[in-house]
Design a protein around this ligand. Sequence first.
Ligand SMILES: [Zn+2]
Length: 462
Amino acid sequence: MAKEEIMNQLDMAQFSGRDLRMTSKVSKNGNHWYEFIRVACPICGHTGNCIVNETGTAIICTRCENKHPYGTAWYYSLKYSAKTNQSNAIRMSKHVPDIKQASHANDNQLDKVYRLLLLYYGLTKADFKTLTSQRHLSEETIKHHHYATFTESKRQVVRTESGKIYSIWHLLFKKIGIPLDSWLGVPGFYGVNLPDCKELLPIFNTVEGTLIPFRNASNLITGLQVRVHKIPVYIKVINKQFKSMAYKIHASADGSFTITDRYGEEITTGFGVFHQENTVQLPDGMLTFKMSKGAKYIWVTSVHKLEGCGPSGDLGLPCQVDLDGIYQTLRLEAPANFRQQPKTAWITEGGLKTDVATEQLSQVFTTQELDKFGHMIIGVPGTSTWRPLLKLIADLNITRVTLAYDADFVSNKAVQTQYSKLISALSNRVVVQIAIWNINDGKGIDDCLVNRKRPKIICLNA
Ligand SMILES: [Zn+2]
């Protein structure tokens, strides 16, 4: 690719502190890697997922293919420049935190702590309403899957009248009889040192939103995602052509924006286009800016916090494993038989979507049809992170899969590439079927089934 040949080492000074997010990836030489979160990846022009090393000499792009595949992405090495390298070294040395991290807890510990946490937070009425009326989940499924709402207002550290400080988590762990340090290695938890408290106190934190539990094949909750309540919108001012001292842009995820003056007085409002230049006429000139949207779903993580950890264990990010009523009974009554029995699984992407679709299966298909198409749905953690699926396929003796990615995958080049990689990885292992439906019947398999439409199932390799 031409871009690869001409691109020089990135000058890291061009990024402000919040443009990049440090990931858990560290090269063998100790180089940390950063994700482009508020600025576009210079290779593909998109925010999110693609990463750059701290020296600015390499980019791993998740969207643009070249001749150097790297996992499910592509490696770009950039032209070295001694001068840039020196300034990068000075700049990035300030970024690397030397914080002790905990190693990922095992599945049983994750499950115990997460179940307790979800119970403690509970689900708000507003979130319950969204899940039932917009996503068509039943009350039973919501309860069964332990959906909850994270709000910052719930107290985690309490001071008694006598001045003693205690952690709500220690209290809860004691109550259910698990060790007081059970929070160690559970993504989302980290420790804080308070001035008049000798022990390290556990704190759980993420962004406000609906907590979506990811359950493994044994029904253990091994990861949490948040569907964020307020999707952040990032603004980058491209060109200021006015005399006034300061304007502020406030934008929402629907594209609407308001421009205020330095006193907070509204100057103008409008609708902008994401990832494109928007120019606004102001009383004393023009303002051009670009807007980009943050993610709707994020993994709960406490990476780079004291005794915290990232969302993925040894096997990568967790998959969502959902069973229909027939398989749930089988797993409950004969877990060994359940594992050994050859089976078919639907494969889609996303945790909430998987929960919604599984509940609808028996509403659309007969038991005999589900024997062929699948009594279970596995939600891969992301379109580019399907590798954990291969282990599940072996563990659960899955011999046939029905792929059900969103109907618009054909319009997204990056998703399309990952999809065909997934298909070729699966074709060597199992019988591959594809579910196809009209996009007007719903974007995701969940919408399609909720609308009582039957996808067409086509076999690729049998
Ligand atoms: Zn990229």
